[in-house]
Design a protein around this ligand. Structure first.
Ligand code: LMR
Length: 401
């Protein structure tokens, strides 16, 4: 259909996650609690600039003597450092020679380039994603012309659905893409176990599927190496793989937009050829990446003192999230008188899904000034330590317990 005027376009529905930011800000009730968008918060409710990043800021003024273009690979050394972080220092480090990395504006930029690369090389592939998955996965791949199909992954009663997931993926055709969350699954917090990673990896290799692993919360689950162990073991076996990586959360660089896409090819030469397509797609999208945040991340990754400070602070954030999970599970357990919320301590990262309907989520907001995502996802970091009982009482109120 051709519209006479662009003004005839119907307005789009609000983004389910981003609209929470505005609604929360506009709420004037004291004691309001924001469990919406996935940003880390400290005990005071602030999203701090990490110390290593603060120190790096001070250094950039000396390092950056011009704003002239740096080229498609961005800040010198950043892409290689990001690749090193993705592969780690264990066995997967040996894949480095046949892997290429390119900086992107955040994890979304990396996902978009993944979609553009697939459009060039696998236009007929289906993209298999978990049910549920991050709300922006489907729109990004749809914008690149792909149909997204879902494999069962999680339900509130049974947790991780490994057998149904494997059964569904048996229906994938060779060349189809399997989108996995590297760690700290968004929105469920339910990660693949070691055994599940192995079983899914076996299936991916046997059926010649292409793994696409999205890593947005590295370091916020169990630790830097543990969080990516499943992914690294998978890609070490795969002839080809794509990894999309975000520094928004683990370096707190949200609005600086720092991410990377890594492609692993069968050979160094094939990877280099694919990289020319990734760079061409970037050129068509944003031409060259923003480098300020890349410079900050590069310094935090490459200067030993800053790297240690970053890893230590991230470990503190991880411990805080685990503590909040335990606190919420305790308060809800006491309020409900059962272990219905015990899953909170098993799950990883910032998110878990509470057994709340859309109406429950609205009631939580309207009656208690507590904001969650429409699907019942909560950002655990938004829970004030001294408000756990109030939170538990509010949940009990809306679910009618
Ligand atoms: C989230 O899931 O809340 C975050 O990844 C922020 C976003 O862009 O949606």
């Amino acid at each position: 259909m051709i519209l006479k005027r662009l003004g005839d376009l119907a307005a789009q529905p609000a983004d389910p996650l981003l609209s929470i930011i505005g609604a929360f800000r506009a709420d004037e009730r004291p004691g309001k609690i924001d469990l919406g968008v996935g940003v880390y918060k400290d005990a005071s409710g602030a999203t701090p600039i990490m110390q290593a990043i603060r120190s790096a800021h001070g250094r950039i003024a000396d390092l950056e003597t011009s704003k002239v273009y740096l080229g498609p690979k961005g800040w010198p050394g950043f892409a290689e450092a990001a690749k090193g972080l993705i592969l780690g220092e264990g066995e997967a480090a040996g894949l480095s020679g046949r892997a290429v990395a390119t900086p992107t504006p955040g994890g979304c930029g990396a996902l978009r380039l993944a979609g553009e690369l697939l459009r060039r090389g696998r236009p007929d592939a289906k993209i298999w994603a978990s049910d549920p998955t991050w709300a922006n996965h489907k729109p990004i791949f749809a914008a690149c012309g792909f149909e997204m199909v879902h494999y069962p992954y999680f339900d509130r009663d049974n947790g991780l659905l490994v057998e149904p997931m494997l059964a569904a993926l048996e229906g994938a055709a060779p060349g189809d893409v399997v989108l996995l969350h590297g760690c700290c699954h968004n929105p469920t917090g339910e990660d693949l176990t070691h055994e599940a990673w192995s079983a899914v990896s076996d299936l991916i290799i046997r059926k010649d599927l292409l793994p696409l692993v999205d890593v947005a919360y590295h370091g916020l689950g169990d630790g830097m190496d543990k969080d990516l162990a499943g992914m690294r073991a998978l890609i070490a076996r795969a002839p080809e793989a794509i990894v999309t990586y975000s520094f928004s959360k683990n370096m707190g660089l949200y609005r600086d937009r720092v991410g990377a896409i890594m492609f692993l090819g069968q050979t160094k030469e094939e990877a280099a050829a694919v990289d020319t397509h990734i760079l061409a797609a970037a050129r068509q999208s944003w031409s060259m990446p923003p480098t300020y945040g890349e410079a900050l991340a590069y310094l935090a990754l490459s200067e030993p003192a800053l790297r240690t400070a970053w890893i230590d602070e991230l470990a503190g954030m991880r411990a805080r999230v685990a503590g909040l999970r335990a606190g919420a599970a305790r308060a809800l357990g006491e309020r409900f008188g059962n272990d219905r919320f015990g899953f909170l301590t098993r799950q990883k990262g910032m998110f878990s899904m509470l057994p709340l309907s859309r109406d429950d989520v609205s009631a939580l907001r309207d009656r208690h000034a507590i904001y969650a995502a429409p699907d019942g996802r909560i950002n655990i970091c938004g829970l004030p330590e001294d408000a756990m009982d109030r939170f538990a009482a509010a949940v009990a109120d809306v679910v009618g317990a």
